[in-house]
Design a protein around this ligand. Structure first.
Ligand SMILES: [Zn+2]
Length: 138
């Protein structure tokens, strides 16, 4: 049973996603005028949403591959457990990148994360709604 997992494609996707997230944040930070900054933020948000969609698709595809290996084992055709483990570890890494991208998108949209406890707070909050610490704005 062939494992439909292309390491090269995955690595390329990973690098592109990281570069997009970094570039998007940079674009949002360096906007000269408020109007152009607003436009760049919108563009950055759109790029991040694209990355998030691609990451979700890749996670779905990897989980499908993992499921096929498990099903093959169930049908009496044991799979290479190292291969399954490798896929699951890649899904973990993809999920971490997905979390990073989703957090970056929230920050661009004005959500505040508490430095003390990490809780998500509305942009209008002055103190963390979870732990009460003052929220810092970058
Ligand atoms: Zn807090």
């Amino acid at each position: 049973m062939a494992i439909r997992f292309d390491k090269e494609v995955w690595n390329k996707l990973l690098h592109r996603t990281k570069a997009t997230a970094a570039g998007a944040a940079e674009a949002a930070r360096t906007g000269a005028a408020i109007v152009s900054q607003k436009a760049e933020e919108t563009l950055a948000c759109a790029k991040l949403r694209g990355s998030i969609r691609e990451l979700k698709e890749e996670i779905d595809s990897q989980l499908r591959s993992a499921g096929e290996l498990v099903y093959a084992t169930h049908k009496g055709n044991p799979s290479d457990s190292d291969a399954l483990q490798a896929i699951l570890e890649r899904v973990d890494a993809l999920n971490r990148d997905l979390d990073d991208a989703q957090r970056e998108l929230k920050i661009l949209k004005g959500v505040l994360f508490c430095d003390a406890c990490g809780a998500e707070n509305a942009a209008t909050n002055v103190y963390c709604q979870e732990c009460g610490q003052p929220l810092s704005r970058m």
